[in-house]
Design a protein around this ligand. Structure first.
Ligand code: SAH
Ligand code: DHB
Ligand code: MG
Length: 228
């Protein structure tokens, strides 16, 4: 799969380094998960450390107990989220690539967090109806970070599986501004534009988007809450 170039700027990198050093600190478990993913040849497209901590903080701030994640990769963002949960908390994370899932599973064990994480392997659009049919408690936070072409469908499922007050975070919604270009024909960009279109008329959620810069270049995420 072709990936978009990720131009970055020395000051963005220096700032992420400062943020990591002063606000995050060294974290051998999370660093180990990144090394394992890299050794296994997984693409380095996980959230940055600063963004991972944001997911963790959102979950803590909102007292989140149940998390749904779509797009596990090596489980880096999953670990950040799982750490934020109380003892009985759970992350359900969906991943289509068995090779990615295998790396993630080992990372969950090494982190001592496999009890809190349920990894389901398959295409999210096939797994989500199964999850819904199981009629578990709603998810308090959903993180959408898989194939961008299906993000509007994932968002609809996320709303279905939520309750009033649930948080929905959607990654990669800026893409160096490509998402603002309505002539862009990249399916990932078009998929993300459909998310904005859906949110423009979706009265069940209230949303904004934050543009971000840093070690991962120029991108951003949508932050939404399900309305009462
Ligand atoms: N959330 C991770 C990064 C996920 S990268 C982190 O920040 O650490 C996107 C992942 O979504 C990849 O592992 C990819 O294999 C997976 N993916 C792609 N299409 C998918 C689909 N249809 N269903 C489930 N997962 C999918
Ligand atoms: C890609 C996917 C991501 O989730 C991300 O954060 C960055 C890049 C990609 O598919 O290129
Ligand atoms: Mg992403």
């Amino acid at each position: 799969m072709t990936r978009m170039a990720k131009p970055t700027h020395p000051a963005w990198i220096a700032m992420d380094e400062l943020i990591e050093e002063k606000l995050l600190g060294r974290d051998p478990v999370l660093e180990g998960a990144l090394v394992a993913a890299e050794l296994a040849g997984l693409p380095s497209i996980q959230v940055s450390a600063a963004q991972g901590k944001l997911l963790y903080l959102l979950a803590r701030m909102a007292g989140v107990r149940r998390v749904l994640e779509i797009g596990t990769l090596g489980g880096y963002s999953t670990l950040w989220l799982a750490r934020a949960l109380p003892a009985e908390g759970r992350v359900v994370t969906l991943e289509v690539e068995p090779r990615h899932a295998a790396v993630a599973r080992e990372n969950f064990v090494r982190a001592g967090l496999s009890d809190k994480i349920e990894l389901r392997v398959g295409a999210a659009l096939e797994l989500l109806p199964v999850l819904a049919a199981q009629k578990g408690p709603p998810f308090d936070l959903t993180f959408l970070d898989a194939d961008k072409q299906h993000n509007a469908d994932y968002l609809k499922w996320a709303i279905e599986l939520s309750r009033p007050g649930s948080i929905i975070v959607i990654d990669n919604v800026v893409r160096e501004g490509a998402v603002a270009d309505e002539t862009n024909e990249d399916e990932r960009v078009r998929g993300t534009r459909r998310v904005y279109e859906l949110l423009a008329s979706e009265r069940r959620v209230s949303a904004t988007a934050l543009q971000t810069v840093g070690v991962k270049g120029y991108d951003g995420f949508i932050l939404a809450v399900v309305n009462p």
